[in-house]
Design a protein around this ligand. Structure first.
Ligand code: KG4
Ligand code: ZN
Length: 342
């Protein structure tokens, strides 16, 4: 089964050709980061316009790099949500046009679902597993019992983990998006230099909160402006990153205990973070569980990850043109939607 996948939920215009939901024949990602960096964050209207400019070329390139043509495609897969509505619309309209034009089925996929299943493009992970999705817009813990079977265990009550990295980066004068820069600087700093709070770590819930941690960094910088200097910035980055990683690791450990799962998948852009990767590996060794991270290209936004759920739903005939792009689409509702399908 050859599927063309299209992703435009935020600031990457992406297309991929995936065979049988497992083999990536091509994956093209056109990033808009340089444009949004000027504004210190994603500007939704600019994102939509840039998607519109790039989408045809990106789709064509994905087909070319895979050595295929649109006539070879047996279905189209597209991100329906969650994301920026104007950005999503570009992908959804393009996908509908291609599906109608070619007379092939169209599959609508959830962006978060695609993130947490991306690992299956690289290795087999048996169900059930706990998934921690940490990106610029999401910090969620799920119990995943199969494709389409998700239960939310916890989520952020304010900022997402990636958002916290990016906002703290801004306070430090680091270019947007700050995550990867903070990660690199943290590698040269002392994680115990500053004692930042670990929000909600011991509150008994599986929820997260990062806005207080951002305020703590701001307060620290106000009291100790010398930490913005080249000499001390690595310590600030390392201490902030350590706090985020401890919270994420602690909550993931509680989720594994509560569900009885022995497998943990970490996905989304923040899963690229080297501190998080090593903290999770330590957790795995201590608890005797298995932790899986997709390689960095599959952690960040891409279209190849849509191939996994896309192929599953296509095979079961869960296709159609009668849907709109949606800015919010909680994963739990997918199981119910599938059960109640005629
Ligand atoms: O999944 P993603 O590409 O897009 C969304 O769906 O949001 O995630 C982007 C987020 C940004 O907030 C970025 O700063 C963060 O992932 N990020 C990182 C790292 N690489 C990317 N955060 C921490 N450490 C990194 N190495
Ligand atoms: Zn994403």
């Amino acid at each position: 089964m050859l599927l063309l996948c299209i992703e435009t939920s935020c600031d990457e215009t992406a297309a991929a050709v995936v065979r049988d939901g497992r083999t990536v024949l091509s994956s093209v990602v056109a990033s808009q980061i340089d444009i949004h960096a000027e504004y210190g964050g994603v500007v939704p209207e600019i994102a939509s316009r840039k998607h519109l400019e790039s989408i045809d070329f990106v789709v064509e390139q994905a087909l070319n790099e895979a050595g295929t043509a649109i006539e070879d495609m047996e279905g189209i897969v597209v991100t329906r949500g969650p994301g920026l509505i104007g950005a999503l619309l570009v992908g959804v309209c393009t996908a509908k046009g291609l599906a109608i034009g070619r007379g092939i089925p169209l599959v609508a996929v959830n962006h978060i679902e695609a993130h947490l299943l991306a690992i299956l493009l690289e290795q087999e992970v048996a169900f059930p597993f706990v998934a921690l999705v940490v990106s610029g817009g999401h910090t969620h813990l799920y119990e995943v019992r199969g494709v389409g079977q998700y239960r939310t265990l916890g989520q952020t009550i304010d900022d997402a983990a990636g958002e916290a990295f990016d906002k703290v980066g801004k306070l430090m004068g680091i270019p947007y998006p700050g995550g990867a820069h903070i990660d690199r600087l943290a590698g040269q700093g002392n994680p115990r230099a500053i004692s930042f709070p670990r929000p909600l770590l011991h509150d008994g819930s599986l929820n997260f909160s990062f806005s207080g941690l951002k305020t703590a960094v701001m307060t620290h910088l106000r009291r100790h402006p010398e930490y913005a200097s080249q000499a001390l910035l690595p310590d600030l980055c390392a201490s902030f990153q350590e706090a985020v990683c401890q919270v994420l690791t602690g909550k993931a450990a509680s989720a594994l205990e509560r569900t009885g799962c022995s497998r943990l998948v970490v996905a989304g852009g923040v899963a690229c973070n080297s501190g998080l990767r090593s903290a999770m590996k330590n957790l795995a060794e201590k608890k005797g569980v298995s932790v899986y991270f997709p390689s960095p290209g599959l952690c960040a936004d891409n279209a190849a990850m849509l191939g996994v759920p896309g192929d599953f739903y296509h095979e079961r005939g869960i296709t159609g043109l009668g849907f709109d792009a949606v800015p919010n689409w909680p994963l739990d509702t997918i199981s119910t939607e599938l059960e109640t399908r005629p």
